[in-house]
Design a protein around this ligand. Structure first.
Ligand code: GLA
Length: 742
């Protein structure tokens, strides 16, 4: 044995083992083992990732296949050893492995081969930083070890460091890659993945989250086929269309059983998660920055770090995988004062009044909301420049006192006098052609010099690759935040990118703009959020257009979707909960008929569905009847009573709403003393069969009392036998049941 580092903390077994002859690397974490070996002429071969195994000598798993026609054999390797067949841990492009590579480079001589051979390894205590990029981190008392394996292309003198962090409190593995150019000439990186994975056989499904504006996070499950399948974005943000997350699931895996492998990228720009099945049914998955239009110049001595990919293996289905992500992302990715704090119940002005408001109207809404116990009033779009519609003024972050009829400071004080805090909407990354900012700085937007730019929602995107533009945004937002007692910010981003160029980058660096843009966003977010540590920041991109693990590092919650209809939200929140914690998911009760789908649902159901995440309202409070206001007050009280569960509890999906008339989910407190079950039925039917729901996550040996009816049940009985759901009284009816340990 060469080295072994064993740690057992918090009940999670964690070890990194290194053996010699051949070199074998094994990571044990939680319920999983991950094994690699150096084989042939220094090739790093993936041997195993899955449920924990004994020992590490499993090099027999990478069986050589004997010689076959057509395979290229790397110079010096045995005739039977082709990297085109072997499960390569992190394949370069241009040599014998012709499958989709993890990394590709080209130098000034036209050498487009990246031939990576094992160079060395290190075991690092803790988790090294990846500066400038969002990443998982350790809290005090958390332990972790990081295995760093270095590969090298000897011709280019290029080093590739593969990082694997194993945590002692989670079975997740965090991976990222750093490429260092030690050669004498510049190298263009045209592809560089955060992680590459190999699976034996192709009998898996790919599960991912797809959608569009107002219908994000729809779960799709497709068989892995003998082809290259990809989930990706080329929109400059992670996008509504695909989320940077995917699951490789065994055919028989479901919510509660079976083997699943989650891959989540902590990244908010163009991404790629691709699967490819080779001629012998070997499945490769690559995850990282989308290489479409990507090219990063590495001068001699320079290095490039990829975003982090977080892998979670579960042999107990999707539910356990999701809870592992929730826990890790809630306390080891999200940051700031509000990370562990129950979030305030808010009223957002958008669907209530859109652009049509003044201070008097706002104060009336605020007063009405305060009477129901709502704690925070959020003034959405329309308070700055001459913005009375979405045609103009983005970039002019100057309060429109004429429209308001007072200063922002006075408005905030007025709202505070009702007993509520105040929050404000921004879209800091944008610039309207019709704005003072654009008139002063027409080159400050992303653009291509020789072409007229495409507009999206009548707006352009600021060139945040530029330091001067970053400084402007930080200064403009900070000025407003310092001018009044603002406790919350909604940070929006409302268009896809096109004609993506920068006035400040030389032509050979055009392939860097997307990534430099998001690094600029991260830097601006870091500066603003750290300058205002008491402000709760909520991210938004027309709802979930940039709801990803990258942004979560800066902002602990995200507006999940511009669709606020309770029934549409069932699917959206179900999909979102696959990877993102409930605390990150903001959900509002809005008016009926719903503004997106014109559906009329009971207020009770709108409340029950929205209480799954960080809760609020988005309607004109002054238009509610006294009975509705009373119901709202009761909802707010109910939410406040149990809202710490949204942060610290565990979520269980009981009935999937996908292709189903029903949906049920549960939240259980960390100590299992409180459990909340929500059941929703879409269309009612006459004389229906009874739906029995088996609860999850309870203490089997405890007794629980239903808070509404006082009946006492055993935890084991509730989980094994279940509970009959009451008959529904109308379409879109629902029930929320709270159980407390006796
Ligand atoms: C986006 C957001 C909405 C709202 C509007 C304002 O669409 O998703 O919630 O803030 O912008 O223009």
């Amino acid at each position: 044995m060469y080295a072994k580092n064993n740690k057992t903390l918090g009940g999670n077994k964690m070890a990194i083992t290194v053996l010699k002859d051949p070199m074998i690397f094994k990571i044990d974490t939680g319920n999983a083992s991950y094994v690699m070996a150096v084989m042939g002429q220094g090739h790093l071969i993936h041997l195993y990732y899955g449920a924990a195994i004994d020992g590490a000598r499993v090099e027999y798993l990478a069986a050589e296949r004997g010689r076959a026609s057509f395979w290229a054999i790397p110079a010096g390797d045995e005739d039977s050893f082709s990297t085109d067949v072997m499960p390569m841990e992190y394949a370069g492009q241009g040599t014998a492995d012709l499958r989709p590579a993890a990394v590709a480079t080209v130098d000034a001589d036209g050498d487009n081969v990246t031939d990576l051979r094992y160079f060395g390894y290190e075991i690092l205590e803790g988790k090294p930083d990846n500066p400038g990029l969002p990443h998982t981190y350790l809290n005090q008392g958390d332990g972790a070890q990081t295995l760093k394996i270095t590969l090298r292309d000897a011709v280019k003198d290029l080093y590739v460091d593969l990082y694997y962090t194993a945590f002692d409190f989670s079975g997740a593995i965090a991976r990222w890659t750093v490429v260092r150019n030690a050669g004498a000439q510049a190298v263009d990186l045209t592809r560089v993945m955060s992680a590459s994975l190999q699976f034996p056989g192709k009998d898996y499904d790919l599960i991912h989250l797809h959608g569009a504006w107002a219908r994000e996070f729809h779960v799709e499950r497709t068989p892995i086929a003998h082809t290259t399948q990809a989930v990706s974005s080329f929109r400059g943000s992670s996008s509504h269309l695909h989320n940077p997350f995917a699951v490789i699931a065994a055919k028989d895996a479901d919510e509660d059983a079976g083997e699943v492998y989650g891959v989540s990228l902590i990244y908010s720009s163009n991404f790629l998660i691709e699967t490819d099945v080779d001629a012998f049914d070997g499945l490769r998955l690559n995850a990282g920055i989308n290489d479409r239009a990507f090219c990063w110049r590495l001068e001699p001595g320079a290095s490039f770090a990829t975003p982090e990919a977080v892998l979670v293996f579960s042999d107990q289905g999707l539910g356990e995988m999701s809870r592992a992500y929730h826990k890790l992302y809630q306390r080891n990715l999200a940051r700031g004062k509000y990370r562990d704090q129950p979030r305030p119940v808010l009223l957002n002005s958008w669907e209530g009044v859109y652009f049509d408001f003044n201070a008097e109207k706002i104060l009336r809404m605020a007063k009405s909301a305060a009477q129901t116990g709502i704690e925070l009033f959020v003034l959405d779009d329309g308070w700055f420049g001459k913005r009375d519609n979405d045609l103009c003024a983005l970039g002019d972050w100057v309060v429109n006192e004429k429209k308001l009829g007072c200063t922002l400071h006075d408005l905030v004080e007025g709202v505070k006098a009702t007993g509520m805090d105040f929050g404000l909407w921004f879209e800091p990354e944008m610039i309207s052609p019709d704005s003072d900012l654009y008139r002063a700085h027409p080159t400050w937007c992303l653009h291509q010099k020789k072409r007229a730019p495409s507009l999206g929602r009548h707006q352009l995107i600021l060139d945040l690759t530029r330091k001067d533009v970053q400084d402007y945004v930080v200064e403009a937002v900070s000025r407003v935040l310092s001018s009044a007692d603002i406790r919350y910010v909604k940070w929006d981003m409302n268009r896809n990118m096109a004609e993506v160029g920068s006035a400040c980058l030389p032509p050979e660096r055009i392939g860097e703009v997307y990534h430099r843009y998001i690094l600029g966003v991260y830097s601006v977010m870091e500066r603003v959020t750290s300058a205002f540590p008491n402000v709760l920041f909520e991210s938004c991109s027309g709802g979930g257009g940039r709801f990803d693990a990258g942004i979560l590092y800066y902002m602990p919650q995200n507006w999940t979707s511009d669709d606020s209809d309770a029934i549409e939200r069932l699917n959206i929140q179900y999909g979102c909960s696959m990877v993102y914690p409930p605390s990150a998911m903001t959900c509002h009760v809005s008016a009926v008929p719903n503004h997106q789908v014109a559906r009329v649902t009971p207020l009770n159901t709108r409340g029950n569905v929205a209480m799954q995440g960080s809760f609020g309202y988005e309607l004109d409070m002054t238009k509610l009847t006294p009975e509705e206001k009373e119901e709202v007050a009761a909802q707010v009280e109910e939410y406040k009573r149990y809202r710490d569960l949204v942060i610290t509890g565990s979520q269980y999906r009981l009935i999937s709403p996908v292709n189903s008339n029903e949906c049920a989910f549960m939240t259980v407190s960390a100590d299992r003393s409180t459990a909340i079950l929500t059941y929703v039925k879409k269309l009612n039917d006459p004389n229906p069969p009874v739906t029995r729901v088996r609860l999850k996550g309870l203490d089997p040996d405890a007794q629980y009392r239903g808070v509404a009816d006082g009946k006492v049940y055993s935890g084991r009985t509730l989980m094994n036998a279940g509970l009959n759901m009451p008959a529904m009284r109308a379409d879109f009816d629902s029930v929320r049941m709270v159980f407390e340990r006796v």
